[in-house]
Ligand binder design. Structure first.
Ligand code: ADP
Length: 161
């Protein structure tokens, strides 16, 4: 069985993330979306909020599961008996970072392969930070994030639409 892990902060989930989830779920038998619990970072949404949102967004995807993890990604993969890491690739600026972590993970466990999916052109400029920034000032994010994410952001920033 091919089990893949798509790790990230998902603070919050954007259309770019969702697209990678849908496409990578077709490449593996089971896809685990791993929501990173990083105590050094100050996310906008709590780990529970991020997981609940992802669970709602993936509820109709039969082979997708949402889990949290902290610590080393390779240890999380081992725990889940997974050996594929899925990453999204937006622009050249992602390259150096993705190359470094893929090679590091490979050096820690050479059974692990990283698959980078190239983003769809309409999502290539999209990041969770940009979506949060626009939403904070009441801008239009309807093409950048699903309705469930927009509702959560509006609630967080007390915006009534
Ligand atoms: P962000 O960079 O938006 O804060 P994460 O840290 O949660 O997102 O990233 C998790 C993974 O999703 C990374 O591999 C990242 O490159 C990928 N990703 C994020 N946004 C997009 C997008 N718009 N298109 C494709 N992949 C993306």
């Amino acid at each position: 069985m091919r089990i893949g892990v798509y790790p990230g902060s998902f603070d919050p989930t954007t259309n770019g993330h969702l697209d990678i989830i849908k496409r990578s779920a077709k490449l593996v038998d089971k896809l685990i979306v791993g929501v990173l619990h990083n105590s050094a970072k100050q996310p906008l949404f709590s780990i529970d909020e991020r997981v609940m949102l992802l669970e709602e967004l993936t509820k109709d995807m039969d082979n997708v599961e949402v889990c949290t993890f902290s610590g080393l990604l390779v240890d999380f993969l081992k725990e889940k008996e997974a050996n594929i890491i899925i990453r999204g690739f937006r622009a050249v600026s992602d390259f150096e970072y993705e190359l470094q972590i893929a090679q590091t993970n490979y050096s820690m466990n050479n059974n692990i392969e990283t698959i980078c999916l190239i983003t769809r052109v309409e999502y290539s400029f999209l990041s969770a930070s940009i979506v949060k920034e626009i939403a904070r000032y009441g801008g239009d994010i309807s093409k950048m994030a699903p309705k469930e994410t927009i509702d959560l952001l509006n609630k967080k920033f007390n915006i009534n639409n």
